[in-house]
Write a protein that binds this ligand. Structure first.
Ligand SMILES: [Zn+2]
Length: 133
């Protein structure tokens, strides 16, 4: 799938809905390409009390359910279909799935096509040094 096709799919999956006083979803949509070559889609889910998660993590969680932790490419759009960069939580989430995801590419501009790697968004990720250091 080309970036253009991933972008079209992400826009198709937008489905903003308020499901009730404490639940809304579908205002952000993401399509990711896993290291297995499969594509996974997800939308955001916003719940009361700050619960819920982003479209990227929704898509990546489905990918993990399928046994994959490597993310090759990500396209994410807002409710208007405009490209979005990942939030800090999604940056850490993807990197914690696998350090190889430092090379994950994000589409940041469609025309002309421009991508950025996760390592550029997150140059100093969370790290534990353990008690031995
Ligand atoms: Zn996020």
């Amino acid at each position: 799938m080309t970036y253009r096709e991933m972008l079209a799919l992400a826009r198709e999956n937008l489905n903003p809905k308020v499901y009730g006083e404490h639940c809304s979803a579908g205002f952000v949509s993401a399509v990711i390409e896993g290291g297995n070559g499969k594509y996974y889609a997800g939308v955001n889910l916003d719940l009361a009390c700050g619960l819920g998660f982003c479209a990227e993590r929704n898509a990546a969680s489905t990918m993990v359910t399928d046994g994959e932790t490597i993310v090759r490419r990500v396209v994410c759009v807002d409710r208007d279909g405009a490209l979005m960069t990942p939030c800090g939580c999604c940056r850490e989430f993807l990197l914690l799935l696998s350090p190889r995801n430092a090379d994950t590419e994000f589409l940041v501009c469609a025309e002309p096509e421009k991508t950025m790697k996760l390592a550029e968004f997150l140059p100093l990720p969370w790290e534990t040094f353990g008690s031995a250091r």
